[in-house]
Design a protein around this ligand. Structure first.
Ligand code: ADP
Ligand code: MG
Length: 330
């Protein structure tokens, strides 16, 4: 059974960056206003996520890492609900099958916190009282220690830290009410450092720099039911002055960071057609949809989304982007 659990866990947590995404989404769920991430050895030695959120109650610690039990989500359709980004309580449990997980947490009004370690979905010992400031710190050590092949593959690819930095940069743009930091273990300087900002453009400026932010234009689409496709989109797209070799599409759907290659391609096509000499675009978009319009069969490990009437939505976004680009160019 433990082999089966390990294989399933390795599906949910495919690389260090998937563990970071889950941990940070939990911190956001806990209403944190500050989240910091420390990474050692591309995440294979250590991933540590500390937040100042509401913490975990002592009585919840024994079931924290049980599969399917801790989820606040009762139904599949809740997968993309606005209030929670978690999926069926699988993330932390999965991590305990493929790493050493230690949780330190304190809830509001308590004078001390608790620390506990987990293995294979259960607590290794009773929670121990300890000093704690506010919120929760989760340490994931020796990720994939029991999956030799996976570890080898990851050790040979040096870019996992880069993926983590990229992930947190994207999250920091969208959650401009939260401050994020990310650094390598032992490093003084953070590679992602965002402060709470009042506007999304400010957060883009602080993460991606002035040269990106000054070349952005606001875009918005609001679509009612008549088209068979209900959604609201707001975001920023780069103008013809922006220069880059690679498209960056930072896409949030119902506040969840996702990927949609069809939308990405559609945007690239508009840029190539409208600004033939221009560079690849930088695009941030936040789309809200009725949650029943997002594919309910999405698997937790799949970052790609599927949306009801996706083609219509993409076409509407395409024509808005094209309009903006043409108007700016006139
Ligand atoms: P899910 O997010 O689907 O519920 P997870 O395995 O990601 O499943 O997390 C399990 C539970 O642990 C969460 O539902 C939440 O109650 C609790 N939890 C995890 N991380 C934190 C955190 N940083 N702060 C507060 N509670 C947390
Ligand atoms: Mg979660």
């Amino acid at each position: 059974e433990s082999v089966v659990n390990r294989i399933a866990a390795g599906e949910v947590i495919q690389r260090p960056v998937s563990a970071v995404k889950e941990l940070v989404e939990n911190s956001l769920d806990a209403d944190s206003s500050s989240i910091s991430v420390v990474v050692k050895d591309g995440g294979l030695k250590l991933i540590q996520v500390s937040d100042d959120g509401h913490g975990i109650r002592l009585e919840d610690l024994p079931i924290l890492c049980e599969r399917h039990t801790t989820s606040k989500l009762t139904k599949y359709e809740d997968l993309f609900s606005l209030s929670s980004m978690g999926f069926r309580g699988e993330a932390l449990a999965s991590m305990t099958y493929v790493a050493h997980v230690t949780v330190t947490t304190i809830t509001k009004g308590q004078i001390h916190g608790y620390r506990v370690s987990y293995k294979d979905g259960v607590m290794e010992h009773e929670p121990k009282a300890c000093a704690a400031v506010k919120g929760t710190q989760i340490m994931v050590e020796n990720l994939f220690y029991n999956m030799i092949a996976r570890r080898k593959t990851l050790q040979n690819s040096a870019d996992d830290y880069g993926k983590i930095v990229d992930l947190l940069s994207r999250m920091a743009i969208h959650h401009n009410e939260v401050s994020f930091s990310c650094r390598k273990h032992g490093a003084v300087k953070a590679d992602v450092h965002s402060v709470v900002s009042y506007s999304r453009l400010d957060s883009i400026r602080s993460i991606y720099g002035v040269s990106v932010a000054k070349n952005l234009m606001k875009v918005e689409v609001s679509s009612a039911d008549s088209s068979g496709c209900t959604f609201d989109m707001e975001g920023f797209i780069s103008s013809s002055n922006y220069v880059a070799k690679k498209t960056i599409l930072v896409l949030f759907i119902n506040d969840r960071l996702v990927e949609c290659s069809a939308l990405k391609r559609a945007i690239e096509i508009v840029y190539a057609a409208t600004l033939p000499k221009a560079s690849k675009p930088f695009v941030y978009m936040s789309i809200s949809l009725p949650r029943e319009h997002v594919d309910i069969n999405i698997h937790p490990t799949k970052k790609e989304v599927s949306i009801l009437n996706q083609e219509i939505m993409i076409e509407m976004i395409q024509s808005e982007v094209e309009l903006k680009l043409r108007n700016a160019n006139d």
